[in-house]
Design a protein around this ligand. Sequence first.
Ligand code: VG1
Ligand code: CO
Length: 543
Amino acid sequence: MSIKTLSTTPYDDQKPGTSGLRKRVTHFQQPHYVENFIQSLFDCLPGKEGQTLVIGGDGRYFNDSVIETAIRMAAANGFGKVLVGRGGILSTPAASHIIRHYGAFGGIVLSASHNPGGPDGDFGIKYNIGNGGPAPERITDAVYARSREIERYHIVEGGTVDFSGPGAFALDGMAIEVIDSIADYAALMETLFDFDAIRSLFASGFTMRFDAMHAVTGPYAREIIEGRLGAPHGTVVNGVPLPDFGGAHPDPNLVHAKELYDLLMGPDAPDFGAASDGDGDRNLIIGRNRFVTPSDSLALLAANAHLAPGYKRGLAGIARSMPTSAAADRVAEKLGIEMHETPTGWKYFGNLLDAGRVTICGEESAGTGSDHVREKDGLWAVLLWLNILAVRRQSVDAIVREHWATYGRNYYSRHDYEEVDAAAANGVMDALRARLPRLEVEGFGGRAIALADDFAYTDPVDGSVATGQGIRIGFADGSRIVFRLSGTGTVGATLRIYLERFEPPHGRHDRDTQEALADLIGLADALSDIRQKTGRAAPTVIT
Ligand code: VG1
Ligand code: CO
């Protein structure tokens, strides 16, 4: 066993996106591709010597191989200890908790989240800092810069690295501890929620289906929902994590979780349906006959959080990503607490959470979370919903309707054009950007425009600035269209169009969403000329 320093040549495409470096598995399998990125990261982490690093992933194909490489490189780069998930598995929120709980220096989280897995699927590597959250841009920028000049990497060769079962080992002087994160995570959830109340909800005959989508949340959900909360066996379906997610797309939305949706809309619907994504940080919430949009879910959770013991003292503030609907803003206003609008991606919430300025955060892409960790947390959202249902003893539908009657309804939808030609997608954005100055003055389609800009954010805690975060066009009546390019795709470009229209408390809340947004959809088409420019007649995914 010895530390080797091997020479390498740089790749020019290792720029982390919204949530780490994401590429096809085959792309990561190029010679030294993984090693280059990990060494570039380690080269940008002063003070790591002797420290603890957490390593784990969502269990997708290639997870094991990269974990072994990361452990061997951590040992060669001077880390004192590695905590690795049993079988290499850690959900993203559990990894965040483990980093915080054990006071680790940081963590490497291997995931491509909701993207498909398998040899032809996607893979991803993300670094989280000591607060448990995704590395801020100043670190990911430095890693990218380093990756473009890297000439060597350090790795321990020889010896065995086995993380299939629990235990403690050493590799060239570095300690390796294989941990089971489920108990730690479940214990954290017990500090936040009234498990007794939820147990009696299930005991009273309340029915639920949780679809783990053959992804990482299965074992956590089984332990907590069926084990500790007493839901009947079979409540959690697709609960065994598979390297290719059973060939499916582990994205909990109305397209990929259609079976769950159909069940909840059908004659044999349980009271409550939920799902989570590949790495366990997203959630889908559907009541019997009632789909809850993620933006509404954020607002509802914020308005009702005080019903759960962990939040009974109230919220310090709420933060949402810019494209997320303003439903939560109305709750913050009523509660008289801070509201923050940040760029897309959980890394922008970290400073606000660390500073104690916000308690709950959310994104329209099915992510909600709180200050208990520094990632969004799928199961946490489901448990908070269960806690609220256990206290209020009303249906999801009744709770949602009551919310709209109090705050109004933000009709909301996202239209994605996936895997379009990158040049065409950039063309759409460039043309829109060029029109911005005129739009505010002239209006569009006979409508007055109150705001037209390319979103820029100044972090109120450390003053860091993020620009070019999406084009937003706000109409005088409060409606809004946002155009943005995805930063998580692996092929071509994905263009996202976010549409929102506000209906006041006493307005009509029972309209079909696409119908209620039809005017705006037409305006978005006309403004962007998207069909012409991309050759696409319709979006690939509507959520
Ligand atoms: C998407 C979502 C964003 C989310 C990100 C990571 O990013 O829109 O809200 O934070 O995925 O989620 P983009 O750049 O493709 O729009 V996950 O569950 O992949 O870690
Ligand atoms: Co995810």
